[in-house]
Design a protein around this ligand. Sequence first.
Ligand SMILES: [Zn+2]
Length: 338
Amino acid sequence: MLPFKLVYSEKYFLPIGEHVFRADKYRMIRERLFGLGAVDESDFLEPQPATESDVMLVHSPYYVNKLMEGSLSAGEELQMEIPFSPQVVDTFFLHAGGSILAAERAVADGMCVNIGGGFHHAFPDHGEGFCMIHDVAIAIRCVQKRKLIQRAMTVDCDVHQGNGTAVIFGGAGTQPGTLPSAHHGSVFGLAGGGIRGRVSAKDVFTISLHQQNNYPLMKPPSSIDVNLPDGCGDSEYLAWLDNALSSGLRQFEPELICYIAGADPFREDQLGGLDLTIDGLKRRDELVFRAARARGIPIMVTFAGGYAIRVEDTVSIHSNTILAAAETFRTVETGIAR
Ligand SMILES: [Zn+2]
């Protein structure tokens, strides 16, 4: 039995046919965890779909109506890169409901993982990059509206930049600035990498570590963007992550961290160009969890991308995130920095 809950539904499977996005990975993660003897049935919570009014805390009524009516243009469907159907809409609403539940439970319990979600390329008025609606942003706005928290931080470790997150939480109240340690290039001697920061007085602080030479072409500014060079490996990645987390948590005191734990920085990912190992990705997870736990900050997790040549590797990476969460939760006493 885990010391926190996992949110999952059999209906998380996205009916999108043959696709590089393996929508059966969610079920396989659950099966893997049972196979390892790491979980039992009592660890799981079944989500309810987000409501239209939840979704409209982030997305424009015009866009939500188009989804409900099925009136996206061919161009809009193409930009989403997944086939539209009412069933796909229902599935995204269920993932968003799962992220809302995970955020609520994280605030209550200190940690919660949604075995789904992380659709960080969805914008207020359109979807793209396999993402229809932004479940994490919806979850943040819901728990803020319910006055469970005021300030949240997103930590996005998917290989692709969180462009939707940056746009949703950017804008008003943001003052462009530079981190004390930030300059393009070589904090850790990396050629081609870069960290860019914006000092913020907003209620949501956004951190994204991603491969610079990858989708999305246009990268709207997050609070902190770490633009990683092609082929970045474990040690460099972990050093950049440590630096970004330290910088972010010096500038901003979140009451909830939303960790977007993409599996696609993996060296054998079909849509990524970084060079992380499965072990390195688990150490990445541990770094994020320890940073949150040591400061007593609740953390909710979503899974985002993962397109390894062998789907079993994607499943291993995501399952390891849950194992790392459990190990950290059990071993790092909350609120005591170490
Ligand atoms: Zn991705």
